[in-house]
Design a protein around this ligand. Structure first.
Ligand code: ADP
Length: 267
């Protein structure tokens, strides 16, 4: 369903954000994506919903392949997956009902069917009575529920959630997480980036952990941690060799004037 094959993403000014990641998410799974800030979680999710393209490797999502994208592929993919963000991204000048309806309109849904579908979705996320309200009149947790309702308009096979509880207090966090669990129990896969270790501990879902752009742990595949440790050891050894070569270079330099300019000698 979602497959990453040796995927790397380098940004022009900041360098490698995702470093040689391979993974598979099956239909209907719930997967946590965790790791410190800056470890590459958002970039990984953007590669999955194809807002970013890999610099190396391939991303395959529901029959769409990043290496051979055809016209219209990304638009078609976006109709099959839902995305929610930490900052909700609702339209502030439209009611809750209109926010969800708008997402249906842009996908060309029959206009007669829209109000009933919006009401069904708002009921599903626990906001049946909030349709006429504007986003600023809702709590953070309620706003995130509207964003989730909007993400569900096309019955996606996967819901991608980037720190969906990052702006919420504990109670709202628990409520939104429970909603995501219910959505998953009804058959939609969920990939959720989070810093919240408490949520991770309280459930037994698969956990992917990132560090410096690399996937360093995957509870469904213990070999990932071993491979990551081997990669780190290899890099540390290469760095030590580089340092040794550089200091040998400095020691052997009689003039010294340009020693700092030279690259370490490969060993
Ligand atoms: P996380 O979601 O784990 O906090 P990100 O994927 O946002 O990590 O960031 C990983 C790295 O990629 C960071 O070093 C960040 O500066 C860089 N990065 C993220 N987005 C961009 C961008 N649009 N342009 C350039 N660099 C970026």
């Amino acid at each position: 369903m979602i497959r990453l094959l040796s995927v790397s993403k380098a940004y022009p000014r900041t360098g490698l954000a995702v470093d040689d990641v391979s993974l598979h998410v099956a239909r209907g799974e719930f997967v946590f994506l965790t790791g410190p800030s800056g470890s590459g979680k958002s970039t990984l999710l953007k590669l999955v919903f194809m807002e970013e393209r890999p610099t190396e490797g391939e991303v395959r999502v529901s029959g769409v392949n990043s290496a051979s994208l055809k016209r219209g592929d990304v638009a078609q993919l976006r109709r099959k997956l839902g995305v929610v963000f930490q900052d909700f991204r609702l339209l502030d000048d439209r009611t809750v009902h209109a926010n969800v309806a708008f997402a249906l309109e842009v996908t060309g849904a029959a206009s007669a069917a829209i109000p009933a579908k919006v009401n069904r979705l708002l009921t599903q996320v626990g906001l049946a009575s909030k349709g006429p309200a504007f986003p600023r009149e809702l709590s953070g947790g309620e706003q995130q529920r509207v964003a989730i309702a909007r993400a569900l308009v096309n019955d996606p096979f996967v819901l991608i959630a980037d720190e969906p509880t990052g702006n919420l207090d504990d109670r709202a966090t628990r409520g939104v997480f429970q909603l995501l669990r219910e959505i998953n129990a009804a058959g939609t896969a969920v990939v959720m980036a989070t810093h919240n270790l408490e949520l991770i501990r309280r459930s037994d879902y698969r956990v992917l952990e990132m560090l410096h752009g690399q996937l360093v742990a995957d509870t469904a595949d213990p070999t990932v941690a071993l491979q990551a440790a081997a990669r780190r050891a290899e890099r540390d050894a290469a760095a030590r060799n580089g340092e040794r070569a550089a200091s040998a270079d400095r020691a052997g330099d009689s003039g010294g004037a340009h020693a700092a300019d030279r690259s370490p000698t490969p060993v």
